[in-house]
Design a protein around this ligand. Sequence first.
Ligand SMILES: [Zn+2]
Length: 241
Amino acid sequence: MRSTEFRGKQITTGEWLYGSLIRQGERYFIFPFEGKPKAKDTEVDPQTVGQLTGEIDKHGKRVWEGDWVLAEGINGITLTLVIGWGKRGFIQIEEDGYIYADWFYKLEVFGNIHDGPQPAQSVVGYNNPWRCEKCGSTDVQERVWRNVNTAEIVDGGNCDRADYYCNNCEGHNRLERESELLRRAIGWWGETDFREMERITGYRQPDFDPDEGYQAFVDTCNDWWNGETTDDKITIYLNNQ
Ligand SMILES: [Zn+2]
């Protein structure tokens, strides 16, 4: 969901203003939803303008474009991210990775890029590697155009499958971000039935207490799944498609 509320810092006082965004050429104004301030008091620094995401963090705080957030990473690493609008409706994070709107409940806003604080140096980054869409391998290549005189890479990342290659599959496959494959894997696991869970985990449903629709069996299988690494989850998912 994308909200239509904006914020920006008033150019003379530096105070945050919240409301509707109006643009006149290079100048930006934010009018509060209530009250009737003078137009000159509503002009904001264009660099600070950000939109409300419509999401809240794990403490119920509203999340804005330009906020610094801590996120429990998809493989147990805590990430420091800047919220921004990305392609395909995702919330784009720093370092060319992505985080999904349904992970917002795991985020914690701790500041923004305009007010600080800047994140500690010790925060671990996460590069969200590209993986082969078929086998999940990270041993993948992209065909690029290179200026032969300067060695500068001038173009790449075309959408044609033939431009990508997986060394593990020894074939041309599309690539996908690890976070996207993991998201699909987690969704797929949530849809598996008892027969598939038995086959994949090796546990047998009749060995468990039938109470509450074999909840003990489901819990054991879920514990097994949660104990798998990101690598293994993606591989299990792709092998069982
Ligand atoms: Zn592959």
